[in-house]
Design a binder for this molecule. Sequence first.
Ligand code: NAD
Length: 260
Amino acid sequence: MLKGKTALVTGSTSGIGLGIARAMAAEGANVVLNGFGDAHEIEVNRNEMANAMGVEVRYSPADMTKPDEIAAMIADAEKEFGAIDVLVNNAGIQFVSPIDEFPAEKWDAIIAINLTSAFHTIHAALPAMKKKGWGRIIQTASAHALVASPFKSAYVAAKHGIAGLTKTVALETAQHGITANAICPGYVLTPLVEAQIPDTARARGITEEEVKRDVMLAAQPTKEFVTVEEIAALAVFLTTDAARNITGAILPMDGGWTAA
Ligand code: NAD
């Protein structure tokens, strides 16, 4: 149970982040949502979560490419709730292209959102966690933190970077009651994945159905997409006392992809 604790989930207006935020609220945590999207939809999700679970739910529109907005988001959350107990670095984007055609601005954006934002959130949130002597840092990494795929140079580089950041933070916080872990999902059918199907089809010269069957699920021995709920359940487990000795772990949840 996370009653009285606060969870901040970056990129939680959609997909995996929204699922993790809902699961944290269901455990009794106050939640800070973050991300972009339709203002009405965000407000509906915020209200639903707060009313169904009887917790406080706030929304920050901070842009994960802007260090000053990230710092302000953490400071506002700490002002309201005292400390961020559970920090989930989940915001992420994707771009699929051969590296020799990869736009430099897409590289910069992916590294900023998928990797550097996690440095900024941890940098800002860690002092209050240390003061409390308790904290959970959870990254939504990817199977691409462990293995590569063609045409995803920036994403794979950022996710391998997140794995290194997670291990380093785990070592630095090991005696402070804080754990840092990375969850590495395989393919999950969220808006991020839906959006890359046409691009992958174009880059490989195959149909969208073939992308799902022969590219995405080809890598997953189970031949099933991972679900948001399964990832959220692992994130919740990592917040429990039973998980206090899991730290610095890069945890695949990928239907066997990275076992191959
Ligand atoms: P999604 O597109 O559904 O959600 C991404 C979230 O990030 C949204 O809330 C979006 O608003 C937010 N976001 C994007 N740019 C932002 C910015 N500049 N500032 C703040 N928020 C921003 O995608 P998803 O599939 O739920 O992905 C979530 C995380 O899971 C990502 O880090 C992704 O790399 C990772 N992941 C996804 C899959 C998958 O198959 N879907 C697999 C492995 C890892």
